[in-house]
Design a protein around this ligand. Structure first.
Ligand code: FAD
Ligand code: NAG
Ligand code: NAG
Ligand code: NAG
Ligand code: NAG
Length: 545
């Protein structure tokens, strides 16, 4: 890439800089002058050029391009409506030193920025702030290198890569290596792993964050640190302690895990009528976390039919690390009620199973290269979601009320994900993610709608009612939640630069249990000015006066 030099002499630049900084202190900064000061500052703080037309985007310069870049990876349309605030400008670093310079310059100019990798945040906090008066967006999508080292069983992957690209690059080099992260290919490696990151290998190998060996991060002073330089406290915090709180992750070094050459996937669906007494669903709750850890068997609840006749469909979607003969034996012994047969089972490679589970249409299975396109398989939708953890099987009366609640709506998706296996064996304080032994399954509630939805608030209200209905059946004190399924209903930081420690303790305990206090201590140490912040970032300790 060419180094873009400004068309001025040095003295002109410094004069301009002086002029800009004076101007900036006198008048409230327009985004144009802010951007100019920022660019000028960046140029002084990096030796690597950044062609402006490829790295800087403003509404003023090209409104349609700005909109396109802003919306490119934003998953939740709720945060893209006209009434939502927009960043003053977007900067896409093309070199790691640009990220360092961004921090130095943003601090100096008093600019608040948000950081986005894959844009899948449930509450849009990586690209929209509803609590800052102004903000800019640092989008890492151009930092997306993946270097797989099969000999070393490891890979370095940059934050802006998608998890699908990572999987593809691993499989390109080996059929028997994999990585235990999320199932959805367009997830950004940067944000995803900061919250834990689970997928179909979790019962065998734990979370992505459990399999991180090293990381490169830029801290609040613009320093680039690896594991040795950041120290074990900060290295602990970034593996599950949530994104946008401790610094900017530039890349992760991950540990690859073994997968067999042949694995088996299957989907068996039952309607309410086919499981009228919840015999199958009740059995699933008793065994899903206890079956062999090679088996990952989730339940997807959807509402099907029309107003004349609606029912709930329960899809049992499974993945087994082995051949179908062995799977059939496991199921016959542990869960015969599901009635899995030979013809339900499809054998394939691990990377094909990624595509099978990705949400892309699967018959026929699309080419693996689909994992390289950063597009989301489900397109852009409006949604609200929540999470829960079940510690005991939900009683049949609870289930009856639950499906009744589902039937009030249509585009419902509720997913039950089994725990157990490796997840039980990792201590709660190993990394910040605390949902371990004692959890039978995680629940995700998800309600989406489209552009022509007349009453979006009603959808959100329904979701909150469902959550309230579920209270007696799930974890309590605290009622646990998964930070990667961010939910601002649980509470949020309200004031721009001040943290609300006491309020945050309430939602913090839901995401991190007791680990929250350690996260706060680390945050206070590494970022005392709360430079990295958003609606649910880890707060600093209140200063005693
Ligand atoms: C359709 C869909 C499917 C999903 N499937 C799964 C799944 O299978 N398993 C699972 O565990 N989760 C899943 N998730 C949740 C997902 O893990 C989180 O939304 C995650 O935060 C996404 O990371 P991102 O980089 O795409 O998001 P972003 O929106 O870019 O970032 C999320 C958060 O991390 C911060 N952040 C982003 N990049 C960095 C960085 N480089 N350094 C520091 N902080 C950063 C952001 O500021 C923000 O706070 C899913 C989400 C969606 C929308
Ligand atoms: C704005 O960007 C779009 C998309 O790249 C481009 O087609 C268009 O020519 C640009 N418009 C101007 C005025 O530069
Ligand atoms: C998990 O918890 C159960 C009961 O609380 C306990 O008996 C078991 O030993 C624990 N397992 C591990 C691996 O810690
Ligand atoms: C935010 O700060 C302002 C001014 O400092 C204060 O008046 C207000 O009560 C604060 N709000 C919250 C929710 O803490
Ligand atoms: C982290 O959380 C675990 C479980 O909630 C707790 O046992 C441990 O004491 C916590 N660690 C610290 C340092 O607070």
């Amino acid at each position: 890439m060419g180094i873009s030099k400004p068309p001025f002499t040095i003295s002109c630049i410094s004069f301009l800089a002086l002029y800009i900084s004076l101007y900036a202190t006198i008048t409230p900064t327009s985004s144009a002058s802010l951007q100019d000061s920022f660019i000028e500052c960046l140029q002084r703080n990096t030796n690597v050029g950044f062609p402006l037309e490829r790295t800087f985007f403003t509404h003023e310069r090209n409104a349609s391009l700005f909109k396109e870049v802003f919306e490119s990876t934003a998953q939740n349309q709720r945060f893209l409506t006209n009434s939502m605030p927009k960043p003053g400008f977007i900067f896409k670093p093309v070199h790691e030193s640009h990220v360092q310079a961004s921090i130095v310059c943003a601090k100096k100019l008093g600019i608040h920025f948000l950081v986005r990798s894959g844009g899948h945040d449930y509450e849009g906090v990586s690209y929209v702030s509803q609590i800052e008066t102004q903000f800019v967006l640092i989008d890492l999508s151009k930092l997306r290198q993946v270097n797989v080292d099969i000999e070393d069983n490891s890979a370095w992957v940059q934050a802006g890569a998608t998890i699908g690209e990572l999987y593809y690059r691993i499989a390109e080099k080996s059929k028997i290596h994999g990585f235990p992260a999320g199932v959805f290919p367009s997830l950004g490696v940067g944000g995803h792993i900061t919250g834990g990151a689970y997928g179909s290998l979790m019962r065998k190998y734990g979370l992505a964050a459990d399999n991180v060996l090293d990381a490169k991060i830029v801290d609040a002073n613009g320093k680039l640190l690896d594991r040795a330089a950041m120290g074990e406290d900060l290295f602990w915090a970034i593996r599950g302690g949530s994104g946008g709180s401790f610094g900017i992750i530039l890349s992760w070094k991950i540990k690859l895990v073994p997968v067999p050459e042949t694995i088996t996937v299957f989907t068996v669906t039952k309607t309410l009528e086919q499981d009228a007494s919840f015999k199958i669903l009740s059995k699933w709750q008793r065994v899903a976390d206890k079956l062999v850890e090679e088996l990952f068997l989730r339940v997807f609840f959807t509402v099907v039919g029309n107003n004349a006749y609606k029912t709930v469909k329960m899809a049992y979607i499974g993945q087994f690390l082995g051949e179908k003969g062995t799977l059939l034996e496991v199921m016959k012994k542990g869960f015969p009620e599901l009635g899995l047969t030979q013809k339900d089972c499809i054998e394939m490679s691990w990377i094909e199973s990624i595509v099978y589970n990705s949400g892309f249409p699967t018959s026929p299975l699309p080419p693996l290269e689909i994992l390289l396109q950063a597009k989301s398989p489900i397109g852009k939708i409006y949604f609200k979601a929540k999470s829960d953890f079940a510690k005991e099987p939900i009683h049949i009366l609870g289930l009856i009320g639950m499906v009744k609640k589902f039937l009030e709506e249509d585009a419902v998706l509720v997913v039950w994900t089994p725990y157990g296996g490796k997840m039980n064996k990792i201590p709660e304080c190993e990394i910040p993610f605390p949902h371990r032994n004692g959890t039978i399954f995680m629940i995700q509630y998800y309600r989406s709608w489209s552009d022509n939805e007349k009453r979006p608030n009603r959808r959100i209200k329904w979701m909150r009612e469902l959550y309230s209905y579920m209270t007696p059946y799930v974890s309590s004190n605290p009622r646990q939640a998964y930070v990667n399924y961010r939910d601002l209903d649980l509470g949020q930081n309200r004031n721009s630069s001040k943290s609300n420690f006491l309020e945050a303790k309430i939602w913090g305990a839901k995401y991190f249990k007791d680990n929250f206090s350690r996260l706060v201590r680390i945050k206070t140490k590494v970022d005392p000015d709360n430079f990295f912040r958003h609606e649910q970032s880890i707060p600093t300790l209140p200063i005693r006066s």
